[in-house]
Design a protein around this ligand. Structure first.
Ligand code: NAP
Length: 271
């Protein structure tokens, strides 16, 4: 855990809004940012988990944590989070657009409504929240947006077709914004984690398939978040924490598409 480097009073602390803060990578972002001196707005659907985390952040770091329970696939609930990002009374300095989920299986066998929800959460919510944050940050002349993508963004992934496509969107979108908004004082960075042990795999329903991924490729949310926050401080456009992920990301760009499609298909095989 990072050292608590706070120097000011609660009202002087910068504010970060983290989506998907109730578990996994988002929860670690909230804990690291709280330890590093931020107050946090916690967003996810599970209010009880967010409230427990808010208590921890206060007790461990004296961080003020607001709980904003919302299903980001619901337009009205998403709108409440957009409004929070637009607030001029309690401005948000850092948006961590982290909430997301995957689906696995042959496309025609997957319920189409779940595929659409995946696009709503992984793409539409990311765009709407980034827009609300960017508008407020540009008018103040500073701020940062960290969008969580995946190394799955680097190549089409048979059996995770929708997921990989949503993350390709997030990576492309974020790198364009990095250039567009950089001159206006807003730093946009995309985080591309590899296989990270969180609740993601349970929600995907891949207890068995997890076994297809060699142990050395797995990492922890701590490692991902520590690397991401270091890269954010360095002003990077893209963060790929961990050397194994850097190798995988580099290989995806260097190898012929026909090869990377087959490798990805073998790792995500479901039958
Ligand atoms: N784990 C990996 O291997 C991996 C690899 C690369 C990229 N990623 C990306 O990392 C991000 C975080 O994933 P994770 O691994 O930390 O997964 P996780 O442990 O399953 O956490 C997902 C978070 O998203 C929230 N969430 C899910 N649906 C939501 C909705 N409709 N509205 C609001 N919040 C919602 C969940 O909270 P509630 O259930 O309380 O809403 C939870 O806090 C995702 O964007 C994922 O694609 C993960």
């Amino acid at each position: 855990m990072a050292d608590d480097d706070r120097t000011g009073t609660a009202s002087e602390r910068p504010v970060a809004l983290v989506t998907g803060a109730s578990a996994g990578i988002g929860e670690q972002f909230a804990r690291y940012l709280g330890a590093g001196g931020h107050d946090i707005v916690l967003v996810a659907r599970d209010r009880a988990r967010l409230e427990a985390l808010a208590k921890d952040l206060d007790a461990d770091h004296g961080a003020r944590a607001e709980v904003l329970a919302a299903d980001l696939t619901d337009p009205d609930e998403l709108e409440r989070v957009e409004s929070r990002l637009s607030s001029t009374d309690a401005p948000v300095d850092l948006l961590v657009n982290n909430a997301g989920f995957g689906t696995i299986g042959r496309f025609d066998r997957l319920p189409v409504d779940r595929e659409v929800d995946e696009i709503e959460l992984n793409v539409i919510a990311v765009v709407r929240l980034a827009h609300a944050a960017a508008s407020a940050m540009v008018s103040r002349g500073h701020g940062a947006i960290l969008n969580v993508s995946s190394i799955a963004s680097r190549q089409p992934t048979p059996n995770m077709a929708t997921y990989a496509a949503t993350k390709a969107f997030v990576s492309s979108f974020s790198q364009s914004l990095h250039v567009e908004l950089g001159g206006a004082g807003v730093h946009v960075m995309v985080l591309e984690p590899g296989f990270t042990r969180t609740e993601f795999q349970d929600r995907l329903g891949t207890g068995e398939e997890e076994g297809r991924v060699p142990e050395f490729l797995w990492t922890t949310p701590d490692t991902v978040v520590e690397g991401a926050l270091a890269d954010l401080r360095r002003g990077k456009a893209v963060s790929v924490p961990g050397w194994t992920n850097k190798v995988m990301a580099g290989s995806s760009s260097a190898m012929p598409a026909a090869v990377t499609r087959r490798v990805a298909a073998a790792m995500m095989k479901t039958d």
